[in-house]
Design a protein around this ligand. Structure first.
Ligand SMILES: *Cc1c(COP(=O)(O)O)cnc(C)c1O
Length: 427
């Protein structure tokens, strides 16, 4: 699989049928699995043999899909989770316990920010949020002796900030900790963070990977590059015996390539159980088969829509990294030479009122909180998701009252532009 191109991996990686088996990914709906003897089953519980015993921990359908995403990212091991939130929680919690600390980009997805700043804080894990474009000195100053990981998003949702992955990886490694990158918006089709030094990648598969509004899901992929043993004192969960698993030391038994995901499965999934339904994994796999095709079209369409908006007299500003002159144009070219994603943000002249009036006139573009799937959709945060905030608070949060977020789909671009044009015409 390693040498195959991304388009081929989208179709062929993961489940590979042998003689006479189902051509399409089978849905193994079973919660449980049968063994001939207790001894054989015991080997599974001791992690001495590979196999399945209970779907809360692992299921063949989900694992085949995880293997496909693993191949796309160029990792060594992967697991699916029931949501992107679960993926980011597990990715961090697999390395941290009460008293530990994480450095995170401040422009992460709102749900991730809450998870870190509110919920995980209650668990005794603290976070320092840094502007992803901060100086090297500021980044350096964010680290503490108890720091266990660095976290950022390839393309931040919704700020559309592009992370300088190499710089963040270098800083993390200088402190003996891994860089975790949420690669949801770019997808491995447009960016593979492992090639730039990231150690662990997470996804909300709910977005482009599924791509059809059909399933909520997540994924964690390990690059297999981070040497846990070399920083053994920082990661006792991986480098000392796990008493809840008969004294297994994950880093010793499974090496750099397998320790992290094995621990996340055997320990976190066992105890917390955020496992995807096999049917959802099956639906995700259908989405993945066309991911390369769809991403190409999303980017082509978004580029044309961004250019249209940028030259429109009623538009105040447009934020899209594919536009020359955008703050992230050069960085996007480096990390994502084939395009970034389909999400654009812009402001309508006349602010909040004009944005509301414009959106009310749209005919085919639907208003939805969702982003990053086949259907073009639009959101005015100031009058929906962020409506409890004053204009001053909105500006502070980086979501000005005039900001409109447009997720460009894969319809014909002329129809998308025509709808935008007629709505702008009428205000
Ligand atoms: C949506 C999203 C999440 C959360 O994923 P869910 O599947 O909704 O739980 C995490 N990170 C990013 C970048 C997202 O866009």
């Amino acid at each position: 699989m390693k040498d195959l191109r991304l388009e081929t991996k989208c179709i062929q990686a993961g489940y590979v049928p042998t003689n006479g088996q189902s051509r399409l990914l089978p849905i193994v709906q079973s919660t449980t699995f049968k063994y001939d003897s207790s001894e054989e089953m015991g080997k599974l519980f001791d992690l001495e043999a590979e196999g399945y015993f209970y779907t809360r921990l692992q299921n063949p359908t989900s694992d085949w899909v995880a293997q496909k995403i693993c191949a796309l990212e160029g990792g060594t091991a992967a697991m699916l989770t029931s949501s992107g939130q679960a993926a980011n929680f597990y990715a961090v919690f697999n390395l941290c316990q009460a008293g530990d600390h994480v450095v995170s980009s401040s422009t992460v997805y709102g749900g991730t920010y809450n998870l870190f700043a509110v919920t995980m804080k209650k668990m005794g894990i603290s976070f320092t949020f840094v502007d992803p474009d901060c100086s090297d000195e500021e980044l350096e100053a964010a680290f503490q002796p108890n720091t266990k990981a660095v976290f950022g998003e390839t393309i931040a949702n919704p700020a559309l900030v592009i992370l300088d992955i190499e710089r963040f990886a270098k800083a993390a490694h200088a402190h003996g900790v891994p860089l975790i990158v949420d690669n949801t918006f770019a997808t491995p089709i447009n960016c593979r963070p492992f090639e730039w030094g990231a150690d662990i990648v997470t996804h909300s598969t709910t977005k482009y990977m599924d791509g059809h509004d059909a399933t909520v899901g997540g994924c964690i992929v390990d690059s297999g590059n981070f040497d846990w043993q070399a920083h053994a004192d920082k990661f006792p969960g991986l480098t000392t015996p796990d008493d809840s698993y008969h004294g297994i030391t994950y880093a010793e038994r499974f090496g750099k390539e397998g320790a992290y995901i094995t621990k996340a499965t055997a320990q976190l999934m066992r105890d917390l159980g955020s496992t995807p339904a096999p049917m959802n994994a099956y639906l995700l796999n259908l989405g993945l088969e066309t991911l390369a095709l769809r991403m190409e079209r999303h980017c082509q369409n978004a580029q044309k829509v961004a250019e249209f908006l940028n030259s429109h007299e009623k538009i105040a500003w447009v934020n899209y990294a594919g536009l020359e002159g955008n703050k992230y144009y050069e960085r996007a070219k480096k990390y994502m030479p084939n395009g970034t994603c389909g999400v654009i943000s812009f402001g309508v002249k006349g602010g909040r009122k004009a944005a509301e009036a414009f959106m009310a006139k749209l005919e085919r573009i639907i208003i939805a909180t969702h982003v990053a799937d086949a259907r073009t959709c639009i959101l005015h945060p100031a009058s929906s998701t962020h409506r409890q905030m004053t204009d001053t608070e909105l500006v502070a949060a980086g979501v000005g009252p005039d900001l409109v977020r447009l997720s460009v789909g894969i319809e014909h671009v002329d129809d998308i532009i025509a709808d935008l044009a007629q709505a702008l015409e009428s205000i």
